[in-house]
Structures are given as C-alpha cells and as structure tokens.
Design a binder for this molecule. Structure first.
Ligand code: OAD
Ligand code: ZN
Length: 246
C-alpha cells in the first residue's frame, strides 16, 4: 500500500523535510480553507492593503480572529504533528516548513527555530509599522473597550495577527531557509495542502528539481500530484499514525 511504500521511503531517507498545510490540523478541530465548510467557503479573505487602509476591515479581521479563539486555544497536536515530531526527535527531520499559523508543530515538540512559518503565526500580534509584538489579550482588551481594532502604542500603526495576508510580503528569512531545506533534503513530504497558494506551493517542485523524492499526502487530489513519486489520497492521521513513536 501507499503507507507501506512511505515507510520504506522514510527508512531509506537521510534528510526528510515535511511541508504542511491546513489539512494536518483538521483532526485538531481547526478548519482548513478550501474544503466544504473551510474558512474561504464562509468568509472572503481580507487582503493586506485593505487591512492597512480601512478601520472597518481591521475590526472585521479581529472579530473573525476572536471568534476562532476557543478553537485555537483548545487545539492539541494531532497524529500527523506527532509523527513528524517523532521523526524530528529521531534526527531524520531537521525542520518543518509550514503554511499553518496554529503553533501546533511547536506544541508537538519542534523547537521554535525548527518551524519555518511561511505564513506567520496567529497566536500573537504585531504592529505592521514597527514590528512590536503584542499578546492577543492586549488586543482583546483594547478591542472590547471601544469595539475598534487598536493601533501600536509606540508608533500608532495598526496591530495585526502575526500572520501573512494575501498581498503582504513573504518573510525573507523563512523563504530563504525553506529554499535551503528544500534543496538539501532527499525526501520531501507535502502534507494536507491543496498546493494552490504561491510562492509556498513552489517548494515541492523545488525539492523535486533538486533531486529529492516527493511524496504528497492529501485527501483530495492536488495541483501537483503529477510530479510526485508517491501520492497518498488518504486521511493524514491514518497515514501518519503508524510513524508516531511511543
Ligand atoms: P487548503 O484548505 O487549501 O487545503 C487543505 C487540503 O487538506 C485540502 O485539499 C483537503 O482535502 C486536505 N485535508 C483536510 N483534512 C484532511 C485530512 N484529515 N486528511 C487528509 N487531507 C486533508 O489549505 P492550505 O493548502 O494549507 O494562506 O492553504 C494554503 C494557504 O491558503 C493557507 O496557508 C492560507 C490560505 O489562504 C494565506 O491566507 C496567505
Ligand atoms: Zn508600532
């Protein structure tokens, strides 16, 4: 089966780089973006320029974030996260590249510097002017006071979740580290991503072009199944559960 073949490929590999999307966190209660019931089937994304230009867009953005707070706060790492953490502890995985913002790779045991967050992190906030970090409770208190998304106390620019929105610059350091990892691995495993959002979706092909074997694990077909050495159209928890070390 695909999972047996994956086991062989993992055993044969020296350097494995996992690349994750929202599908790895659905079993943790966090919805993905494009499946039925996904975030973008319910809400239109708020592009970065709109967030910058409009107080009401910022208010709406924070309303959405606080509406999700119980879900994010309650989420625990799933079988996929735990399998990757097991391979990390075994020294086979140097770091994980993720599009996810939910902090669950860190919660599963990856050191912070070994989680390459291409789209940032939603568990804290940052000023978009000076970069000052803020805890979410600070934003929540200010928001509850007057119903308005707050600005930075230092520079008066808007405070936003520390995530990357459409139209926002990709983080330089993370892009460089993800590039180096993709080119240095001999097995690249794309897990739970529709692989439609660029430039993130370019890393599987980059790894493949640099000589790595490419595995894609996703319930639905992806845009890039045709370039993969192995495609597993299966539930991620089921497919990766066998690789969780006890
Ligand atoms: P998507 O929602 O586009 O894709 C998630 C994929 O995971 C879907 O193809 C699902 O079929 C699959 N999936 C969900 N649960 C699964 C499970 N338990 N087992 C197997 N497969 C499962 O999410 P991403 O590809 O992560 O960026 O989205 C990429 C980016 O689009 C996000 O980082 C976010 C979003 O807009 C920004 O907002 C910048
Ligand atoms: Zn500031």
């Amino acid at each position: 089966s695909g999972v047996e073949r994956l086991g062989d490929m993992i055993a044969e590999a020296r350097v494995i780089v996992p690349f994750t999307g929202a599908g790895i966190s659905t079993e943790c209660g966090i919805p993905d973006f494009r499946s039925p019931g996904g975030i973008w089937t319910r809400n239109r994304p708020i592009p970065f320029d709109e967030f910058v230009a409009s107080q009401s867009a910022r208010d709406e953005s924070w309303r959405r974030r606080f509406a999700m707070e119980e879900v994010f706060a309650a989420a625990k790492p799933g079988r996929g996260h735990r399998a990757l953490a097991s391979l990390y502890r075994a020294g086979k995985v140097p770091a994980v590249i993720t599009q996810n913002i939910d902090n669950l790779h860190q919660a599963s045991g990856f050191a912070g510097e070994h989680v390459i967050e291409l789209h940032g992190n939603t568990t804290y906030a940052r000023c978009i002017g000076c970069g000052q970090a803020y805890p979410l409770d600070w934003v929540k208190r200010r928001f509850d006071d007057d119903g308005l998304a707050p600005n930075c106390t230092a520079c008066d620019e808007p405070v936003k979740t520390a995530t990357i929105s459409f139209g926002q610059m990709m983080p330089d350091d993370e892009m460089q580290r993800a590039t180096a990892l993709s080119q240095a691995c001999d097995l690249f495993i794309a897990i739970g991503s529709s692989l439609v959002v660029w430039p993130a979706a370019g890393f599987p092909m980059m790894a493949k072009n640099a000589g790595a074997r490419l595995v894609i694990i996703n319930r639905e077909p992806t845009e890039q199944d045709d370039i993969a050495d192995l495609v597993i159209h299966h539930d991620i928890g089921e497919a990766l559960g066998p690789f969780v070390a006890n």
